[in-house]
Design a protein around this ligand. Structure first.
Ligand code: PLP
Length: 314
């Protein structure tokens, strides 16, 4: 007998306030569900560490914002919180972590427009293990290619129906870009706009840093660390990880900045990262084959920011 796939499903159901656990080895969706037939729905991906879901409020708020953008009425935040807690507890019971360091669970919140002809959304939570590649890439870093997203950086405001700032289920383009990167020997992608701006990764936010030392005029050394991300109104998803890290970095004395950024800004940076909720902070070693900064500074800044990011709570 094969071992069950490490997956727990919990449906939001008014008859079950804590969520209804469903058999993950059996079909659970109607074939006409518009999430499946049209990618018409919204989702969030979060990470539970030691049983606690990181920055859950920011994810719930973004889920609500994405649902508003597609005019979808989804269950309230209390229902999602309860179902997510049920999913994490059930997952950790069924698939206990071998070591405390391995106690990470990916928690996805998904809401679709429901089966065709119905006006009730389908809403569920799924708990699964984090991909091994992501955990490895936090340590080794990644090689990235720049790919044209095909939109200019002002289109989000002009054409809100493109849903550029919403996290919808329509991720086929993002996945195609990642497959393209893998075919050309890279690990990931940074999208650029048709007017030459840096946007985001297919599943991550772009960060860059400058690190400078100068004489403080008192015989000592002044260290300046500056963390920059593309401007949020350029048709990108506002990252919950970027938001949380910016707050922590500011408290730790980092200067913060927002784009517009161009590819040359990436090449001139001391370090570049792709940051997201599951893989966390992945240092970028090369972009289009060109090395970013130096190994030493990349590692130093990555260690510093990873420690800050690990310290953020729920
Ligand atoms: N941008 C896109 C397109 C994403 O899909 C994601 C996450 O999946 C992010 C950015 C990073 O968001 P977060 O930090 O909230 O995971």
């Amino acid at each position: 007998m094969t071992a069950p796939a490490p997956l727990v499903l919990v449906f939001l159901d008014p008859a079950h306030p804590a969520g209804r656990i469903a058999d993950a080895s059996k079909p659970q969706l109607m074939a006409t569900d518009q999430g499946a037939t049209r990618g018409d729905g919204v989702f969030e991906s979060m990470l539970a560490v030691g049983g606690e879901i990181r920055k859950i409020q920011a994810h719930l708020d973004r889920l609500q914002g994405s649902a508003r953008a597609i005019d979808l009425e989804i269950p309230g935040q209390d229902g999602w919180r309860a179902a997510a807690a049920t999913a994490v507890t059930a997952y950790r019971e069924q698939f206990p972590a071998a070591t405390p360091e391995d106690d990470e669970v990916v928690v996805k919140l998904i809401a679709s427009r429901g089966p065709e002809g119905s006006d009730t959304p389908t809403a569920w939570v799924q708990a699964s293990p984090p991909p091994a590649a992501g955990r490895r890439q936090r340590e080794t870093g990644i090689d990235v290619v720049l790919l044209d997203r095909g939109y200019d950086s002002t289109v989000a405001e002009r054409a809100p129906w493109l849903l550029l700032g919403a996290k919808t289920l329509s991720y086929a383009v993002n996945m195609a870009a990642l497959r393209h990167a893998h075919k050309v020997g890279a690990d990931d992608v940074i999208f650029t706009s048709s007017d030459g701006r840096v946007l985001e990764g297919p599943t991550s936010t772009v960060l860059l840093a400058h690190y400078e030392t100068s004489d403080d005029g008192d015989g000592g050394t002044r260290v300046t660390r500056r963390l920059i991300t593309p401007q949020l109104d350029s048709g990108i998803l506002p990252g919950t990880s970027q938001g949380a890290l910016f707050t922590a970095a500011k408290e730790a004395g980092w200067e913060l900045g927002y784009g517009p950024l161009e590819p040359e800004d990436l090449f001139a940076a001391d370090a570049v990262w792709l940051i997201s909720s599951i893989r966390l902070l992945a240092p970028v070693n090369h972009i289009d084959g060109r090395e970013i900064g130096t190994v030493e500074i990349r590692k130093q800044l990555t260690d510093e920011l990873s420690e800050l990011f690990a310290g953020i709570g729920g």
